[in-house]
Design a protein around this ligand. Structure first.
Ligand code: ZN
Length: 307
C-alpha cells in the first residue's frame, strides 16, 4: 500500500472516539519497529519526522525509506512532519510526499500564527496533504513553569474555534497541560479536561496530544540499572491518557518512550556482553524493544484492529 492521507485516518478516529499513535523516527530501526508493531496489532499508524530528524537523515532518505517500508503491507500508514517551523522544510516535505505536515507557529501572536498557518494550508491542500497546527504553548523540559504561569500556556477554547475557522486546518494540537521530554510533571499528571472538551465541542475536528509519553517507572528502573541517569523523570499515566481520548484526543504523539526503550536495549547489550561490536547486535534488540513499546501504546489508544 502507498502512504495514506493522515486526515482520513484521523476522521475515522474522530468519528469512533479512539486515538491513533504518531511515533517519531530517527533511523531505520525506529521506522521498522513502528510499522511492524502496527502490523501485528492490525492498527493504522502515523510515522512522524521532526525537522531535526530530517536534518539528521536527509529528506530523501526519510521519505524514500518510509515509502519502501510500506510498499507491501496492508495497514494504513501516514507520514507526518512534526513541529514544522521553517517554511522551506515544510514546503519540501509537501513536495517530497509527506501526507501531512504540522506548522507550529504557537510561539507567535495569534494573528501571526493564523497568517503563517493559512499559507501552509494553501500549499498543502493543493497537493492533498493535511495540516496540523498548534495553539497555546507546550513548555519544553527547559522551561520551569509554575502553576500560575501554566494557565497562560494553555489553549483558549474561543481562540481555538476562531483559529480553525480562519485557517481551515485539518487537526489541531491544543495545549492542555502536557509538556515535551522526560520530565512532564512534578506531582500527579494534571490535564485540563474541561478545556479539552470545550475545544472539541467548538472545533469539531480531530485533536492531537503532544508530550504524551508514559515514561513508565519500570522502563526507567531498567534503564537506570544499565547506567542511564533520569532522576525525577515522569510521564503521562495511562488513565489520564485514556480520559483525554474520551474527551476528544484522536492523535497521540510519542517520542520520549521510544528513545528510552532504544537506549535501554543498547545499554543492556553493552552491559551484558563486552565482546559485542557488530552494530546489528545493538540495534536489533533495540528495534525489538521499541516495537513492544509501540504495541503497548496502540493497545492503550484503542486503535487495535482499526486498520
Ligand atoms: Zn510535540
Amino acid at each position: 500500500m502507498s502512504l495514506v492521507n493522515t486526515k482520513e485516518i484521523l476522521l475515522d478516529a474522530h468519528a469512533e472516539c479512539y486515538a491513533v499513535g504518531a511515533f517519531n523516527i530517527s533511523n531505520m530501526e525506529t521506522a521498522q519497529a513502528i510499522i511492524e508493531g502496527a502490523i501485528e496489532l492490525n492498527s493504522p499508524v502515523i510515522i512522524e519526522v521532526s525537522e531535526s530528524a530530517i536534518k539528521y537523515m536527509g529528506m530523501n532518505v526519510a521519505c524514500g525509506m518510509v515509502r519502501a517500508l510500506v510498499k507491501d503491507i496492508s495497514i494504513p500508514v501516514a507520514l507526518h512532519l512534526d513541529h514544522g517551523r521553517n517554511w522551506e522544510v515544510i514546503s519540501r516535505a509537501i513536495d517530497s510526499g509527506f501526507t501531512s505536515v504540522m506548522i507550529d507557529a504557537s510561539d507567535k501572536p495569534f494573528a501571526e500564527n493564523v497568517e503563517i498557518t493559512k499559507k501552509v494550508v494553501e500549499k498543502a491542500h493543493q497537493m492533498g496533504v493535511s495540516v496540523e497546527a498548534e495553539i497555546g504553548r507546550l513548555p519544553g523540559s527547559e522551561d520551569d513553569v509554575n502553576v500560575e504561569e501554566r494557565e497562560a500556556f494553555l489553549v483558549n477554547p474561543n481562540d481555538a474555534q476562531k483559529f480553525v475557522e480562519m485557517t481551515g486546518i485539518d487537526f489541531l494540537a491544543p495545549a492542555i497541560g502536557t509538556s515535551h521530554g522526560a520530565f512532564k510533571f512534578k506531582g500527579d499528571s494534571t490535564l485540563d479536561y474541561d478545556r479539552l472538551r470545550e475545544v472539541k465541542e467548538k472545533t469539531d475536528i480531530p485533536l492531537v496530544l503532544h508530550g504524551a509519553s508514559s515514561v513508565r517507572d519500570t522502563l526507567i528502573e531498567e534503564a537506570e540499572r544499565y547506567g542511564l541517569q533520569l532522576k525525577g523523570a515522569k510521564g503521562l499515566d495511562d488513565n489520564s491518557l485514556k480520559q483525554a481520548i474520551r474527551d476528544g484526543i484522536n492523535k497521540v504523539n510519542t517520542d520520549t518512550d521510544i528513545r528510552i526503550a532504544f537506549t535501554t536495549a543498547v545499554r543492556r547489550v553493552l552491559h551484558n556482553d563486552s565482546t559485542v561490536f557488530d552494530p546489528r547486535k545493538l540495534l536489533g534488540p533495540a528495534r525489538e524493544y521499541m516495537k513492544n513499546v509501540v504495541k503497548e501504546r496502540i493497545e492503550i489508544l484503542g486503535s487495535e484492529n482499526r486498520a
